[in-house]
Design a protein around this ligand. Structure first.
Ligand SMILES: Cc1ncc(COP(=O)(O)O)c(C=O)c1O
Length: 435
């Protein structure tokens, strides 16, 4: 049973003294985990991580969904090491930039041109900017049920934490509901006269698209001259090596990739139709668009990491993808089975798409108590992010921990002792106005 977090607790204090939020990603913050949890991690291998107190955990977060093959995955490390010896950043582009761009164009249905960057936010924000420049319009329609698109004002201004964003930015982003074509049609009718530049959405995130939905979105955008952007920062490479757009058979005008593209290394991509993308280039006579331009966009070792990751994903009849979907399904089935056995269906379930399942809990006290108990049994969990390195031993350990933790939850609910058994505060949503 894991209960010693002595060094973690010291580092937790130091981090919150020195770093706003105590972490560099909100979803890694202390308000997202139980008090009895590791704060700082030392290393990871495969799907297991070790914290500063020497505790080992099965990791179901996998670098906020970015690590698809496994931590410190050797074939990726090998190409990175090799490239480090060649130097990583030069006065002109490395030859690998065009090499990887060609791979992306062969891989992703919507890719005719490609621009690399370092994170997903820059890619999605650039897609929005390009759409505005291409259409000469300003309104952005974003899918409201999907949790995150960018740290930039066009998106953050449309959330609960909009402090610091100008009213002008806030007014330019409007919402529609996923899997509800009427919601999109109504939103378009409402704002058409103001000029709609783009629709931005994940092709799928918490639920699969219903039959014909994505095609209907595609058709409306074509008819209304609206640029359709698929944010595939999470779904790309995870749902299918050619993107969720390939899986669901609908091609957007622009799309963005990141997370799983290089197994956790920092690279993202904006891809799309040549006639839109080339506005950011130097071979046209229209007004120029300052598209992505970053000092580190072409770092060679990360380009190589992406190249190798894509090569591995394409191998053996998409063996990695099949594994990831199957692990997610096994975990989801096991959780829901135990929940049913213990009569907890009204309080919790595991839902979502098999390659990216998530937990439903009736409230955050239950969620936090469950996470606290899972940690005691060596399983660190927020949602379920299956990887190629989650194998039998991790699945079995997780199922065993489900049973023990859900029994505690069942007892706590039955005896009305949830708050008593929970050490510290319940987790809170990232998007809230006040702490
Ligand atoms: C769907 C989606 N788009 C974009 C982003 C932003 O990516 P990054 O954190 O690399 O900027 C995220 C991050 O969680 C995301 O989930």
């Amino acid at each position: 049973m894991i209960t010693n977090f002595t060094k973690s607790n010291e580092l937790r204090k130091k981090a919150s003294r020195l770093i706003p939020g105590g972490a560099h990603t909100y979803s890694k913050g202390d308000d997202q985990f139980p008090e009895l949890s590791p704060h700082s991690i030392i290393s990871g291998k495969g799907s297991r991580i070790i914290d500063v107190d020497g505790n080992e955990f099965v990791d179901w977060g996998m670098g906020l969904t970015s690590v698809l093959l496994g931590h410190a995955y050797e074939p990726i490390i090998d190409v990175i090491k090799k490239e480090l010896d060649n130097g990583v950043n030069f006065i002109r582009p490395s030859f690998i930039e065009a090499e990887l761009a060609e791979i992306m164009c062969n891989q992703i249905p919507s890719a005719q041109m490609v621009k690399f960057a370092k994170n997903g936010s820059n890619a999605t924000t650039s897609a929005v900017k390009l759409a505005r420049a291409f259409t000469g319009k300003e309104i952005v329609l974003r899918c409201f049920d999907q949790p995150f698109f960018s740290i930039d004002d066009w998106f953050i201004g449309n959330t609960e934490i909009s402090s610091g964003v100008t009213q002008g930015s806030k007014d330019k982003t409007k919402n529609f509901k996923y899997n509800d074509i009427k919601s999109l049609e109504d939103t378009i009718s409402l704002y058409k006269d103001n000029g709609i530049a783009c629709v931005i959405m994940e092709p799928a995130s918490t639920e699969e698209p219903i039959d014909g939905y994505l095609q209907a979105v595609r058709d409306i955008c074509t008819k209304e001259d609206i640029v359709l952007i698929f944010d595939e920062v999470v779904s790309g490479f995870r749902f299918h090596p050619k993107g969720a757009q390939y899986l669901y058979g609908v091609t957007p005008d622009l799309s963005t990739f990141g997370k799983t593209m290089a197994n956790g290394y920092s690279i993202s991509a904006l891809v799309g139709k040549k006639e839109i993308m080339e506005l950011g280039g130097i071979e046209h006579d229209k007004e120029r668009v300052f598209l992505l331009s970053t000092t580190y966009g072409g770092e060679t070792h990360h380009l190589r990491a992406a190249q190798k990751t894509i090569e591995i994903l394409n191998n053996n009849d998409y063996e990695v993808t099949k594994h990831v979907w199957s692990v997610g399904k096994q975990i989801k089935d096991a959780y829901n089975y135990t929940v049913k056995e213990l009569g907890l269906e009204k309080h919790t379930s595991m839902q979502g798409i098999d390659c990216r399942p998530y937990f439903y809990f009736k409230d955050n006290y239950m969620r936090t108590l469950f996470a606290q108990e899972m940690i005691k049994h060596g399983v660190l969990i927020q949602g379920i992010v299956p990887s190629y390195s989650h194998n039998k031993s991790e699945i079995n350990q997780t199922m065993d921990a489900f049973e023990k933790s859900l029994k505690v939850l069942a007892y706590a609910i039955e005896s009305k002792k949830i708050k008593e058994l929970l050490i510290g505060q319940a987790v809170k949503p990232v998007f809230r106005k006040y702490n």
